[in-house]
Design a protein around this ligand. Structure first.
Ligand SMILES: [Zn+2]
Length: 374
C-alpha cells in the first residue's frame, strides 16, 4: 500500500517556451532525475494523467477563453512555431493538449486520494496554473490547474470546505480571483511583496460577499528566510486551518521562494521546505483531510528538484507530529542541502511586525487568531 501517489508524464516536456525562458522543460527532467536518485521510487505509486475535457475546464474558465487558447494553439500547429499570448506566456504546437493534460493530472490525483487509501499526491506538471484568471493567461500559466481540481473534488465528493495554500514566491492572483466570493474555498497565499504581479496580494484583499475573510494574503518582505515563513505558518496558517476545518487541502507548490532561485529574493532552504511540508502534513492529519500538491514555479533546477523531492519524501514518510524525521532529511540525493540550519530573515522590513499585522487583520474573521495576535 502506498500512502502517496505521484502523477507525472514525460509528455509535459513537450510544452516548449523560447530559449532562456525560465519555465523550461529542464525543470521536470531535473525533478524526475532527483526522484529516481532518491529512495522514493519503491514507496510512491506513480500514476499517468488523463486529459481534462473542455467541460471540466469550464468549471473555472470562460468557454470563450478556452476557445481563444485553442485558436492560438492552431496557429502554433499550422506555423509550427511558439506563439506569444502574453508578455511572459507562450504556446508551442503541443501546449494546448498538454495544458489539458496538466489539468487532468490534478483530477487523477484527486481521484487517487478520494477513492483509495492514498493520503497525499504530488502532481508534477507544466505549464503551471496559479496565475491563470477566469478569462486570461498570464505568468507562464494557461489553465488554473489547482482551481479546476478544487471544483472537481467539490463536485465529486460534495465537499463544503477546501483549503488551498500557495507558497510559490509569486502571489496566486488567479486562484484568488476565481474563489474571491466563495466561502467553500479558503485560500491562503504566502508571497514576496511587493513583487509580481504588481500591486497584487496585499492582506486587505481579503474576499467579498460570503467569501469575506476567506482570502488570506501573507505578503512577506523580500529577504524573508525559513524563520519568517515557519513563524507565519504557525501564527496564521495553523489557527485559520483549525477554525476552517478543511475536508481537503491543496497546495500550490512553487519552489521559487528558495534561496537559490533566480527570480525570487526569499531565503527558504531545502530543509525549510521539508519543515513546512511536515507542518502541512500535520494539518492534514489533524483534520483527517487528504492532501494534493501541484507544482507551480521554481527556476533553479537544483533547488527546485531537491525541494520537490523533499516534499514527496516528507509526505510519503507520513510521520505524525511537527518534526521532520532524520531519515527523511538524509534521503541520499539531497543530504547536503538539508544539513544547513534554518535560514534567518535578511529583510529591510521587520518580518515579525508584518506577520503580527496580518494576524491582527484576520482576527476579526477567525477566532483562533485572536489569542495569537499582538
Ligand atoms: Zn512563482
Amino acid at each position: 500500500m502506498s500512502t502517496m501517489t505521484l502523477v507525472r508524464d514525460d509528455e509535459f516536456q513537450q510544452h516548449l517556451t523560447p530559449e532562456l525562458h525560465p519555465e523550461s522543460p529542464n525543470r521536470l527532467q531535473a525533478i524526475d532525475k532527483a526522484f529516481l536518485n532518491s529512495s522514493l521510487d519503491d514507496s510512491v505509486k506513480q500514476l499517468s494523467p488523463r486529459a481534462a475535457s473542455e467541460d471540466d475546464i469550464a468549471s473555472v474558465h470562460k468557454p470563450t477563453y478556452i476557445e481563444d487558447l485553442e485558436k492560438d494553439s492552431r496557429i502554433a500547429i499550422e506555423q509550427n512555431r511558439i506563439v506569444q499570448i502574453d508578455p511572459d506566456t507562450f504556446m508551442s504546437p503541443r501546449s494546448y493538449d498538454l495544458a489539458k493534460l496538466a489539468v487532468g493530472a490534478g483530477m487523477v490525483a484527486i481521484d487517487s486520494v478520494l477513492d483509495t487509501d492514498a493520503k497525499s499526491s504530488f502532481v508534477s506538471i507544466r505549464p503551471p496554473g496559479h496565475h491563470a484568471l477566469v478569462d486570461k493567461a498570464m505568468g507562464f500559466c494557461l489553465f488554473n490547474n489547482i482551481a479546476v481540481a478544487a471544483r472537481y473534488a467539490q463536485k465529486k465528493a460534495g465537499l463544503k470546505r477546501v483549503l488551498i495554500i500557495d507558497w510559490d514566491v509569486h502571489h496566486g492572483n488567479g486562484t484568488q480571483d476565481i474563489f474571491y466570493n466563495d466561502p467553500s474555498v479558503c485560500f491562503i497565499s504566502f508571497h514576496q511583496y511587493p513583487f509580481w504581479p504588481p500591486d497584487s496580494g496585499w492582506f486587505t484583499e481579503d474576499g467579498v460577499g460570503d467569501g469575506k475573510g476567506r482570502n488570506i494574503n501573507i505578503p512577506m518582505p523580500a529577504g524573508t528566510g525559513d524563520r519568517g515563513y515557519i513563524d507565519a505558518w504557525k501564527r496564521i496558517v495553523e489557527p485559520i486551518a483549525m477554525d476552517f476545518k478543511p475536508e481537503l487541502i491543496l497546495l500550490s507548490a512553487g519552489y521559487d521562494a528558495h534561496q537559490l532561485d533566480p527570480l525570487g529574493q526569499q531565503r527558504i532552504s531545502t530543509k525549510g521546505f521539508a519543515m513546512l511540508t511536515q507542518r502541512l502534513l500535520n494539518l492534514a492529519n489533524l483534520n483527517d483531510a487528504k492532501l494534493v500538491c501541484f507544482l507551480e514555479g521554481g527556476y533553479n533546477v537544483k533547488s527546485l528538484s531537491e525541494s520537490a523531492v523533499i516534499t514527496m519524501s516528507v509526505l510519503s514518510s507520513d510521520v505524525k507530529g511537527l518534526d521532520v524525521p532524520d531519515n527523511v532529511l538524509e534521503s541520499k540525493s539531497i543530504i547536503a542541502a538539508t544539513r544547513s540550519g534554518i535560514l534567518p530573515d535578511r529583510s529591510q522590513t521587520n518580518v515579525d511586525e508584518r506577520i503580527a499585522e496580518v494576524a491582527k487583520h484576520f482576527a476579526r474573521y477567525w477566532p483562533s487568531l485572536k489569542s495569537g495576535a499582538s
